[in-house]
Design a protein around this ligand. Sequence first.
Ligand code: ADP
Ligand code: MG
Length: 266
Amino acid sequence: MLRGILSAATGKEIETMNGLEIIDLHVQVEDIEILHSINLTVPAGEVHAIMGPNGTGKSTLAYTLMGHPKYTVTSGDVLLDGKSILNLSAQERSHAGLFLAFQYPVAIPGVTVANFLRTAINAHRKADDADYHGISIPEFRKIMLEKMQLLKMDPKMGGRYLNDGFSGGEKKRVEILQMAMLKPKMAVLDETDSGLDIDALRIVSEGINTLKNENLGILVITHYQRVLNYLKPDVVHVMVDGQIVQSGGPDLALQLEEQGYGWIKA
Ligand code: ADP
Ligand code: MG
């Protein structure tokens, strides 16, 4: 089915719209409108970046997509593979294939990384098949160790309590480990690069790159250009004061790095 939507990356008309469509989205937090008419399409298979200064609403968009109750959509719509997700709970959105890597992952003392991941995988598989009895420990370990290797993580991390006393880099690796294991259709990565030194940035980015495929859309939120050297977005969008003010190719990110955001606001 042709939708009359052009891919910003290829210029071609997108057929059945697999991916994320954000349409005229307005979002309030505590009665204050933070996002004003966001329009954004991330087709499956493409990597899009949102750049913007602090406090412009990037995390607000990420939380809204995931269905955080504090963020109220006052108008507009969000479609995943052509279907609105706004009436779904965060859990249902996750089962539908949406994934959010948090800017500030929370610690859950008492729950190990392995337990957390196993519970998440089982919840996903049960959502697809009510009779599913749960992943076996050997199958789970095999997948987890394989993905940990990809992200150059110490296998011992599996036995530690989730994010409890983790360094910034460890937290971000666990977020991407989760993404690798849950195999989402659309991944929103909120400042996954922040808190990473250059080596960790490269390893995490390479890990993300190995997950890229034609069925996965990725929305990378960042305020630094350097992560984009690795993730090579098809399209870069600039968000200022709760609006997308410009979209373009990867060059736009370089221009922002050199000239800051001042020129774009004017
Ligand atoms: P960014 O991720 O681009 O730095 P945020 O989305 O975190 O920006 O914040 C955008 C604006 O919304 C800020 O003014 C912030 O204070 C406000 N805001 C975001 N989340 C909340 C919240 N949970 N409660 C109150 N204000 C919020
Ligand atoms: Mg943020």
